[in-house]
Write a protein that binds this ligand. Structure first.
Ligand code: ACM
Length: 764
């Protein structure tokens, strides 16, 4: 009997291991075989292909770190028994880095199409290792053939807003490598700090790398910590990092921001500004490194002094970075100081330029010419399209995908980093309790990203090299927070970039469950938002009341509810019909009754709650609200979470027009709605608010019109806009909120279309 059991569990174990092949990003082809290969300290790595030693070194350092032993590395072809053989194979591929891997009972064979391919084979092998510290490691037998979809697979890190030491930058590069990504976009200069040593300009770091304080909390902040903060990378450290990355087949693209986001450089060398004598802070003295977040008007002056300075800086930068591409920024450059500078106006005339946007193009074009003369290419954020693209520039599309689409149609290379899918500074949970910049980007949405826009035909799509996640660090002051913001989203992005277009969320979700164990094994600080209790509010069949529904991916726990009407906690069994104002507390608890996640939801009922609603203009896909149009009448308000609330529907440059069907004729006298005003995030109050009524839904009569003079505009944040009018008998109510329009100069986001953020609509 005992023997029988052992056999059974052995069989079961074998089966479990075959199922354990859980590689992210998903390889093109995986054929599990029966049995295992057992790796131990006596297994040797045979370098049959020259140039494979970097891969062996990476594998050995991983083994040492997590299992406490290393393997001998040999070059002479000896017996291939009990060995990991690294060699080359010819493999069909379009993007460099293809590989095959065969694990049988004697050996592991990895054949790369090139050395990079061998390295990616090693990354897959790492993901076959058991997550348990042992001296002999069973690896499931398997045949893998794999290659990448996109040539550019990037992660960015902003070391300007906050500074991260060399050790963490290396760790970050390891994360990039383990997900088979190949580009590290290193954001090195910002308003809040210049982070790279430039020998010719020592003040860039002695002055520009430090700020005398930082705002506390979310912009505009609850005061200033008045602490000196900063740091920089010496050129020796930069070289060390570039080599570390190259050993992992990762290119480091440095970003030197111009002409905007240049306050730190200007603090070091005020002559770089058009107004060297104007202080950075109103009422303060001299130029200073910025202490708050945002976009600042004092930018590089397009003078000979500035160009000579930038050429000298770039001379040192290109000595340090072998990358073909140098990122020159180009984003968020206000034109105010150029407008009021006699020098700039004269330059515009002399060069026959149309306006300040053309002056920015002249600026970027001149830098491009210089870098091209040194054999390098420029990449810039999509604003570099605005006054005309520099002839050879590549574009990083961040304000949505349009910049990338336009650039590809103009036959320029494109990297996609649209905010709605690729900004890892956005919250990944609706219940985020740490400060983030805003937005809502759950892992599911990252996974759904398709880097090739439908608007491009096959020929144009070839210009899209790939995509990248951006990690802006205003609200990431330590490395734990960075890990929390990138994990698990980096896993999803890696699959978007590496694996075939035919992705399958369910399959990914299964592998993701295993990936969480790997994060624990790596001891990285990851977000558990995926397991959050998720609430949804849904319409009912007859539009009376709403359904409140709860679920979690955590299947070993239970959901309990508390309402005003029914203390104490009772088990949740399915969607709850809510027909009047109420408040619910829901807890997800594990087997020990520890609360893993909670949701509090208030419902405030009025005549519109749960009713049919139609929108004439659809919100931006980036801010679709909670359940689309229905979110405007679901009884749930955005609350005090500001831009972080998922309830907001956002329109970019467009008006909001909604029609609510109250279901029957009734007397109404007031329509109110929540609007978010957060000008620093380009979210502005509407220009007007209009209410119309109708018996039949066709013929509408205006009952109220409020313009900026009569509108009760709040000071910012969540504002309630109220239209009261002579009581009217009606069935249909139309609410029109006119967008603020193009943002005027002097305001955040000047020149861009304003956002309009709207939430609940109440009818009384
Ligand atoms: C950017 O996020 N300003 C490129």
């Amino acid at each position: 009997m005992k023997k029988h059991l052992t056999l059974l569990s052995f069989l079961f174990l074998g089966l479990a291991q075959a199922q354990d092949i859980s590689i992210i990003p998903k390889p093109a082809s995986v054929e599990p075989q029966k049995g295992v290969f057992t790796l131990s300290a006596s297994t040797k790595i045979i370098l049959e292909g020259s140039g494979t030693e970097k891969s062996a070194a990476f594998f050995n350092s991983y083994l040492k770190k997590f299992y406490g032993f290393q393997l001998p590395v040999v070059k002479i072809k000896s017996s291939e028994k009990n060995a990991i053989v690294l060699n080359y194979d010819r493999i069909d591929h379009t993007v460099p880095g293809a590989y095959t891997m065969t694990v049988d009972n004697n050996k592991i064979y990895i054949g790369g199409d090139n050395a990079e391919g061998v390295f990616y084979g090693i990354q897959s092998l790492i993901q076959l290792l058991p997550l348990e510290k042992k001296t002999s490691l069973d690896i499931p037998q398997v045949k893998i053939i794999d290659s990448a979809r996109f040539a550019y697979r990037g992660m960015h890190l902003d070391c300007g807003r906050h500074f991260f030491d060399v050790a963490f930058v290396k760790k970050y590069i390891d994360f990039i490598a383990m997900y088979k990504m190949n580009t590290f976009h290193w954001h090195l200069t910002e308003d809040q700090g210049w982070r790279i040593e430039i020998k010719k300009y020592p003040k860039l770091t002695s002055v520009g790398a430090y700020r005398n304080g930082t705002i506390i909390g979310r912009y505009p902040g609850k005061g200033n910590d008045n602490q000196k903060y900063g740091g920089f990378y010496t050129q020796e450290q930069v070289k060390e990092i570039v080599k570390y990355a190259a050993d992992r087949y990762i290119t480091v693209i440095p970003e030197i921001e111009m002409p905007g986001h240049s306050s730190a450089a200007i603090a070091a060398y005020p002559e770089l500004s058009c107004f060297p004598d104007e202080p950075t802070f109103k009422g303060g003295t001299g130029k200073q490194v910025q202490q708050t977040w945002g976009v600042f008007e004092d930018v590089f002056c397009p003078s000979d002094f500035t160009f000579k300075f930038l050429e000298n800086v770039l001379d040192e930068v290109i000595q340090l970075f072998p990358s073909k591409y140098i990122h020159i920024g180009g984003d968020e450059c206000p034109k105010e100081s150029w407008k009021r500078s006699a020098f700039c106006q004269q330059l515009i005339k002399e060069k026959g330029l149309k306006d300040e946007h053309a002056l920015q193009s002249y600026f970027i074009g001149r830098i491009e010419k210089y870098l091209n003369s040194k054999g390098r290419q420029i990449i810039g954020w999509d604003e570099i399209l605005e006054g005309g693209l520099a002839p050879n520039a590549s574009v990083m599309s961040w304000r949505g995908e349009q910049g990338g689409i336009d650039a590809a149609k103009q036959k320029h290379k494109v990297i996609m980093t649209p905010g709605g899918w690729c900004y890892f500074d956005h919250s990944q949970t609706k219940n985020e309790d740490s400060v983030t910049i805003g937005g809502y980007l759950p892992i599911e949405k990252v996974y759904s990203y398709e880097p090739l826009p439908k608007e491009l035909n096959a020929e144009e799509a070839k210009y899209v090299l790939g995509a990248q996640a951006n990690v802006w660090t205003e609200y990431m002051g330590n490395t734990n927070k960075i890990e929390y913001m990138i994990f698990p989203r980096i896993s999803a992005l890696s699959e978007v970039l590496w694996s075939s277009k035919e992705r399958n969320w369910d399959g990914f979700e299964k592998r993701l469950m295993n990936e969480y164990k790997r994060y624990d094994w790596w001891k990285v600080n990851y977000s558990k938002a995926f397991f959050d209790l998720k609430a949804s509010i849904l319409p009912t069949e007859n539009n009376s009341g709403v359904y409140y529904s709860l679920e979690s991916k955590y299947k070993d726990g239970k959901i309990e509810l508390l309402t005003k009407q029914s203390p104490p906690l009772y088990p949740y069994k399915g969607p709850i019909l809510v027909t009047s104002s109420d408040k619910f507390l829901a807890n997800l608890t594990d087997n020990n009754n520890d609360v893993l996640s909670s949701v509090i939801q208030s419902f405030s009922f009025n005549k519109a709650t749960g009713k049919k609603i139609k929108l004439t203009t659809q919100p931006s896909p980036t801010y679709p609200g909670n359940g689309g149009a229905f979110g405007l009448v679901n009884g749930a308000s955005a609350g005090d979470k500001g831009v972080n609330s998922a309830e907001w529907l956002g329109w970019n440059g467009k008006d909001m027009e909604a029609v609510i069907d109250l279901g029957k004729m009734q007397l109404i006298k007031k329509v109110s709605t929540n609007v978010l005003i957060q000008e620093n995030s380009w979210i502005y109050a509407p220009a007007s608010m209009e209410v119309l009524v109708s018996e039949d839904g066709n013929q509408f009569t205006q009952v109220s019109f409020l313009d900026p003079i009569t509108m009760p505009v709040g000071t910012g944040g969540l504002s309630i806009f109220i239209a009261s009018f002579t009581p009217a008998e009606t069935r249909f109510v139309k609410l029109v909120l006119k967008n603020y329009g193009k943002i005027p100069s002097g305001k955040p986001g000047a020149g861009n279309p304003a956002w309009l953020f709207v939430d609940e609509i109440s009818v009384d």
